[in-house]
Design a protein around this ligand. Sequence first.
Ligand code: ARG
Length: 462
Amino acid sequence: MKKLWGGRFEGKTDSLVEALGESVSFDQRLAPWDIRGSIAHARMLGDCGIISKADAKKIIAGLTEIGKEIEAGKFRFDIALEDVHMNVEAALAKRIGDAGKRLHTGRSRNDQCATDTRLWARDQIDAILGLLVGIERALAEFAGAHIDVILPGCTHMQNAQPVLLAHHLLAYVEMFARDHERFGELRSRVNVLPLGSAALAGTTYPIDREQVAKELGFDGISANSMDAVSDRDYLIEFCANASIAMMHLSRLSEELVLWSGPAYGFVVIGDAFTTGSSIMPQKKNPDVAELVRGKTGRVYGSLTALLTMMKGLPLTYNRDMQEDKEPAFDASDTLQLCLATTSRMLPSIKVNREAMREATKEGFLEATDLADYLVGKGMPFREAHEVVGKLVLYCSQRGKRFAELSTGEFAAASPLFTRDIFAILSPEAIVARRDNPGGTAPKRVKAALRATLKRLGAGSRK
Ligand code: ARG
């Protein structure tokens, strides 16, 4: 096998080393960003008189052609050339000769690959920001279309208090809005140019880093060449943010799996987002929600892989760091696919409002309100809690609900209970009383929904 940069070697590379060391099979997807970075670098070399303007022009034209070939799927990547950077550079030299061999002046693959992955990450972040707005909007629209639906809110997976379905869904909107914020903040840390750091110490050529940063749309240049070629925290943070967003998606998915099952019967997910069973003809399975929940694990895996890969590395670049790409690519692809699919699935869901309302009758959801009623009549809260607790025990021993008790039974629990107690028992009345900022009263939820839709109309949170 032909050896790359073989000048100082006498022997050949082992064939297994080629298989172990090649990254072009997966980093070829960086080609568009690699070419953009190289074009900016070549233009700067020409403008600064480090190479001739004529050579810079040839390089730019050659790279543009190679970029088109790659885009058209006509370019043949060769694993003997190790990575995307060497494949593009070798093709350029083949095409334009000596000028092509001048492209790598004043740079190293170390600052080059950091530049490529930062450009890639920036574009992925922009796509993810759009997808997060999309899922927030889908959730908000779904909430708006079911504004008067009530279901049991749970703690410990036990019925606790009735809430509006819209309130429940807007909780997820808050989560995805924070994910949006996190990716937005990460974008500014990603958008810094490492190129010009060369291998690790900077370069002897009179380069203009600001020019390259400007052409590539970076907000600024890295301050320390050793940090710039050896840090990968922007990819770790990318995977951390992706993990949190997947965790949010997974919780929503879990609820949809439960709600669509016969134990709940709260929702029916559309045919386009469910599948049948190969043996049981009656089945309609919530596979999309299950897969999103399942794929969350692999995104956490990416985060763990990157954290572990980096933890023992002394400065600066180490070859271990080539392992940064597959986890980051996979986390990005997985998150984007799951956000897009879930957003599309949401409008397909039919809500069984009767089943949800019926479920609020189980579990003594009015208990807190009964205690509050007694408090309103002057009883200290702790005492009221005790009285209502005993009433729950009384009811459960007789298989009764609060609404089925007589005025006399209420009065036996406490003389403070009078006929007006029945008026406060309906789920609508209970929900309407939670009328403080952040509460589930329809007035509050409608205002929250309006604010959310207004914010989303503007495109982003920021
Ligand atoms: N393919 C390599 C990577 O992704 C590029 C940098 C190689 N640098 C080196 N000194 N071997 O990490």
